[in-house]
Structures are given as C-alpha cells and as structure tokens.
Design a protein around this ligand. Structure first.
Ligand code: TMP
Length: 211
C-alpha cells in the first residue's frame, strides 16, 4: 500500500509518519518510510540544491524540473521496488506538492503540472493521500522553531523564507486538490497535539485497508 502525506510546512507530517509506522509495524506490516525531495541517492543531491538558501536564484522552471527529476528517480529506485517487495510505503510529500507549490504557490498551470507529474510517476499514484491541513501562521511558526532547534537555518530554509501569502496560496491549492480528488485525498485537521492527530490518521488508513 502506497500512502503519501501532504501539507504546508510545520503540519507535523514526519511526526505522523513515524507514529503510523509504529502502528503498522505492530500490525505486522513491513513499512518503508521515504520522502521527496531526497528519497533516493541522486534525490539527496537534488534536495540540497533545491532547499539551500544560497540558491535563491534558482528559476521557477528549473526548480520544477528538479522536483520532477527527484520524483522520477525516487519512484523507479525506491517506491516501486518497496511496493513490489510487499512493504507499506509512507512517503513525506509526493506529486500533489508540485501542483500546490509550483502551481498554486508559484503560479504555473496546475493542469500542465499534472501532466508532467504523470511522466514522473509513470503510472504509480498513491492509494491514499493524507493532507494535514493547518493555518500557515501556525505552520510557519512551528517550522521555523524546528529548523532553529535542528540548526537547519542556512541549509534548508528556502521555502520557510517565502511569504505568508505564498504559503496561504499553497494551502488553498492543497484543499482544491482534495476537493477534486476526494476518492484519494483525505483532509485531516492538523491543529492539536501529535497524539490527538494520530488517531484521525489511523482511522483513515484502517478504512482504506478494509475498503
Ligand atoms: P520538507 O521536506 O522539509 O517539507 O521540504 C521540502 C520543500 O520542498 C517544501 O517547502 C515543499 C517543497 N516542495 C515543492 O515545492 N515541490 C515539490 O514537488 C515537493 C516534493 C516539495
């Protein structure tokens, strides 16, 4: 089963993935946790280029193709083999992030981005996407606090440095995607503690497993 997690910065995606991993493992599943950008060996190099503050001069078009390159490599080398081996794959961001950030955030055509995503994923779409939805004011506060505590300010701050208006457009973009694909994308309110949010995530996964 292929499950992706989406949302703006600071929604707690990686925490929820870790909690769901424990839960699925306790049920006897083999779980592979991965992320975009950066889930493959080559992707890790692309991630550094994409997120470094020093790369503020990266054009929107170049940025788009680096995300798509990361995705194509990740699907072929990590996600598809893991699914073929019978693992549950939990992925922190996937194709919807490109439509939300490069489309609704940067202003590129969402339909065109969907077609480019289709090339990158080569037929492999998630069975379930959990959209952690949060007010960007709260999300950015959380993301900046986390980056400071992890000493990541210079290495990976390019998106946190974007304006609140940018993150608001990205959030609205995710919500539009969820409205357009209700069979795949489920919205979870990400306000509250991780322990409050985890049962909401588990309920969605259980419902999908028994569907
Ligand atoms: P994160 O892994 O810490 O969430 O950082 C990844 C950043 O990259 C985040 O700000 C969202 C952005 N991003 C895009 O703009 N487009 C994409 O397709 C993906 C996967 C991420």
């Amino acid at each position: 089963m292929f499950i992706t997690f989406e949302g703006i910065e600071g929604t707690g995606k990686s925490t929820q993935i870790a909690l769901l991993k424990e839960y699925m493992q306790a049920r006897g599943e083999r779980v592979v946790v991965t992320l975009e950008p950066g889930g493959s060996r080559i992707g890790a190099e692309l991630r550094r280029v994409l997120l470094a503050l020093e790369n503020r001069d990266l054009t929107s078009q170049a940025e788009l193709f680096l995300y798509l390159a990361d995705r194509a490599q990740h699907v072929a080398q990590v996600v598809r083999p893991a699914l073929a081996s019978g693992a549950v794959v939990l992925c922190d961001r996937f194709a919807d992030s490109t439509v939300a950030y490069q489309g609704y955030g940067r202003g590129m055509d969402p339909e065109l981005l969907h077609r480019l995503n289709a090339v990158a994923v080569d037929g492999l779409w998630p069975e379930l996407t959990i959209l952690l939805d949060l007010d960007p004011v709260i999300g950015l506060e959380r993301a900046v606090a986390r980056n400071l505590s992890e000493g990541k300010t210079n290495a990976e701050g390019r998106f946190e440095a974007e304006s609140l208006a940018f993150h608001s457009r990205v959030r609205e973009g995710f919500l539009k995607l969820a409205a357009a694909h209700p069979e795949r994308i489920s919205v979870v309110d990400a306000t509250g503690t991780p322990e409050e949010i985890a049962p909401r995530v588990r309920a969605l996964v259980e419902a999908r497993l028994h569907a």
